[in-house]
Design a protein around this ligand. Sequence first.
Ligand code: SF4
Ligand code: SF4
Length: 343
Amino acid sequence: MDFKLSKKEAHNFLLKLQEEYKVFGPKSYKGEGRYSDIDSIRYGEINSFDEVVYEKKSNYSPKEVLLPINHLYAVKIGEQVIRNYEKEDKKKLIILRSCDIHAIERLDKKFSKDDYYNEKRKGVKFIVMECPKAFDTCYCLSVGTNKTDNYSMGIRFLEDGISIKIKDSDFDKFIDDSYSKDNFELAFATENTTKVNVPHMENWDKQTFDKTKDLSLWKEYSKRCIGCGSCNISCPTCTCLTTKEVKSETSDVIEIRRIWNGCQLVKSNSLKKKNLSEIVPTRIRQRVLDKFYMSQVETSNEQDCVGCGRCTDICPRLINFSNTVNRFSLELDKIYEEEGFNN
Ligand code: SF4
Ligand code: SF4
């Protein structure tokens, strides 16, 4: 059933939802953007639908609702390790776009055995936001993430309120008899300006892998990439974590914290052994392969990249990931041709 709610009704609807759920959405954080005086759009708990930034793409993904950037994973007392993740007091509702729902489906597979993630993921439901007009750097259609059926409610933001589509009957009880009925189809992107040729990996083998190692395109990036890792941090499907032990100054307790890490993040200790121009080509190649090949092997034929374009948006050196992938696809097809495959 679909309903149209005025701003006041929408607010009361949210208050009712909050009795059972914490509601998260993309919101603006003043002055926290990549340049001074620029806001950052990322996920946080909302207390009004007016807080939701729906006309711009969020710089960071909803991944941080399920896996905060720096989280307490366990505590160590002497030799004993106790998993000490906070238990969730309420279920969660996340307002997000179709591509980010696809990204969470990938995280679910990767973290299926991770008890911290599974605790955070328990009882999470989605409110899908309409996304009728893709942003310039998105290529959701190339990777099939522009639409989804995996949501409990759909939302359309209006000047004077919201339209809401209820798909999951668990939410019927939050609907007031006085709300006006509506009838609408959720609008998903049907066109992208950016298009990506997903690399053909069916014929991939050790010989192909060796041939791709020395492609000149990887070396070109060493003139640009500074190894800042921003592309990893903004990516909804990057999942590298590092573990850090933090000792308490007043007791024997040691906190074991997990912090986001990334393959593109070049640390100063790596630079003591090799310089950036040696590290970058391997890292960029690894990122492309991880997003388009390893993930297919590990998670039943799905590439990892959901085409959100955030890595391109955020790169301080203007490295465009879709161009990188397209160039790799082209080179790979040439290699297959040499090997006698016809793609
Ligand atoms: S690799 Fe880039 S475009 Fe693909 S999901 Fe990650 S951030 Fe989005
Ligand atoms: S954001 Fe750009 S410069 Fe930074 S590591 Fe990624 S590709 Fe390199």
